[in-house]
Design a protein around this ligand. Structure first.
Ligand code: RVP
Length: 493
């Protein structure tokens, strides 16, 4: 006979009890561990969904101090290229710069510049020796785009610096010579790196940015399990991803544990596993060597798992249970899905999460994939579950296999036999990630102030969560008034 557990609680079921506070919201430290080896300045992760995270979102999230996880509804090559785009987007020094050959045409260079959002590229010969540089300035007045680069580029001698030049010396060279790009060369004249003035201005503009040891933005990517996933992981690691999330709907499974174990044994990359919703699920991932565990079975705004399969656990309880296994092992917990307001981030962290993964809250941002949709004068962006029919159909077109979906019965091999666990919809347009993150992190700081906690660790040990009734929830939202203007951090559900 089935056993009954205690009732599970989710965000709307609880509130943090206010506590004595001797800090101001601005003094709260929002940094949190994403995984054993990576710390974020803000505990926000953009979801690995095809309407949420591609390179542009991942760049925006990393610049704010969070991280983006590239979705896997793409061919292996395309997902690896997305990772490459992020790693090359802004860096202290580009270790492997995009280059062209003297025989390429100006049209080729323009394509490269558009793909990587850069203003010019160093020109190298077939042995990798620097022979010139071609930038916007060289190409601006050219009308014949079939001309070869060698006729237009700025030729040697160029201002260059040796590999290992200090940041200050590099900046001095850029300033003294009024140039925007400083190629780094070895003793044989071979191109070894590139420093651009843009990287200096970006560093000032985004002081919290999440960067790797070489000063490049940090990025993650999702994979599944099985042979194909191993190839995907290898390509992503080659492209320089910092963290791989082995992301399946039911993470408490042998396939996931095996995959984590293999990846940890054969690569130096951080490996996160999910999703699970119980203490034993988290324990299995910890034992397999996961660098963080991702929690959430069915809380997502577009997810129908709980009604289709009748399975799941309300998210606050799920996070708490997972943290009871992961916490003592020093493994961070990611609360994935179900968050609608900044207060939900505070509740997730109080329950034991280190960071949260957001789908619907970020899908409406400027930087998410997809065009704006206008309906009755209002702006929306589309948002859909990765287990929805539309996402799986798209996967077919993108060249990835139908059978390797996150949702098990995608294995049936054809669309009309697929059992969806998600729906398709749209969310209001919310502007750039910077503005949305500002509100979300601002709310988190307020919450930490009310709770009297300076750090995420203090939130884990000092907070008290009080279950509330339906009347309590009604009282929490605006009530007994006709709302005429929504606030930037409050929308009606
Ligand atoms: P939300 O932020 O509530 O929109 O939830 C996003 C999360 O929902 C994702 O990070 C993922 O774990 C989950 N998801 C994505 N697709 C589906 C589905 O089709 N069921 N669920």
């Amino acid at each position: 006979m089935a056993k009954f557990t205690e009732a599970g609680l989710t965000f709307d079921d609880v509130l943090l009890v206010p506590a004595y506070s001797d800090l101001q919201p601005g003094e709260a430290d929002t940094s949190a561990r994403l995984s054993r080896g990576i710390t974020l300045r803000i505990p926000l992760i953009s979801a690995a969904m095809d309407t949420v995270t591609e390179a542009r979102m991942a760049v925006a999230m990393a610049r704010q101090g969070g991280i983006g996880i590239l979705h896997r509804n793409l061919s292996i090559e395309d997902q690896a290229q997305q990772a490459d785009l992020v790693k090359r987007s802004e860096a202290g020094m580009v270790t492997n710069p995009v280059t062209c050959s003297p025989e390429d045409t100006l049209a080729d260079v323009e394509r490269l510049c558009a793909t990587y959002r850069i203003s010019g590229v160093p020109v190298t010969d077939e042995t990798g020796v620097l022979v010139g540089i071609v930038t916007n300035r060289d190409m601006r007045f050219e009308t014949d785009h079939s001309r070869p680069v060698r006729e237009v580029m700025t030729q040697m001698p160029l201002v260059t610096a040796p590999v290992g030049v200090s940041r200050d010396d590099a900046f001095a060279l850029l300033r003294q010579n009024k140039i925007e790009k400083l190629p780094l060369v070895d003793a044989g004249g071979r191109l070894r790196g590139l420093i651009t003035v843009k990287d200096f201005t970006k560093s000032e503009q985004y002081p919290l940015a999440t960067k790797d040891a070489d000063g490049r933005l940090v990025v993650g990517a999702a994979i599944g399990v099985g042979e194909d996933a191993e190839k995907r992981a290898a390509a992503l690691i080659d492209a320089g991803v910092d963290v791989i999330i082995v992301d399946v709907a039911h993470g408490h499974s042998k396939g996931l544990a095996d995959m984590i174990f293999k990846l940890k044994a054969n690569s130096g990359v951080e490996v996160i596993g999910g999703n699970i919703a119980t203490r034993s699920g988290a324990q299995m991932l910890v034992d397999a060597g996961a660098d963080a565990v991702k929690v959430g079975v069915g809380p997502g705004s577009i997810c129908t798992t709980r009604v289709v399969a009748g399975v799941g656990a309300p998210q606050v309880t799920a996070i708490h249970e997972a943290s009871l296994a992961a916490g003592p092992a020093g493994v961070p917990v990611i609360g994935d899905g179900g968050l609608q307001y900044s207060g939900d981030i505070v509740k997730a962290i109080a329950a034991g999460a280190d960071t949260v993964m957001l789908g619907s809250l970020l899908a409406g941002c400027e930087e998410s994939p997809g065009e704006l949709i206008f309906i009755n004068g209002k702006q929306f962006k589309s948002y859909r579950g990765m287990g929805s029919l539309g996402a799986v159909r798209n996967r077919e077109r993108g060249g990835a296999s139908f059978s390797k979906d996150r949702y098990a019965q995608a294995d049936v091999g054809s669309e009309d036999r697929f059992i969806p666990e998600g729906i398709e919809g749209q969310v209001p347009y919310r502007g750039p990630v910077a503005a949305v993150a500002h509100q979300l992190v601002g709310g988190l700081r307020q919450g930490m102030w009310y709770a009297g906690c300076r750090t995420v660790e203090e939130m884990h040990t000092r907070c008290e969560l009080m279950p509330i009734t339906a009347a309590g929830l009604k009282e929490s939202h605006p009530h007994d008034i006709q709302m005429t203007v929504e606030a930037p951090n409050y929308h009606r559900r």
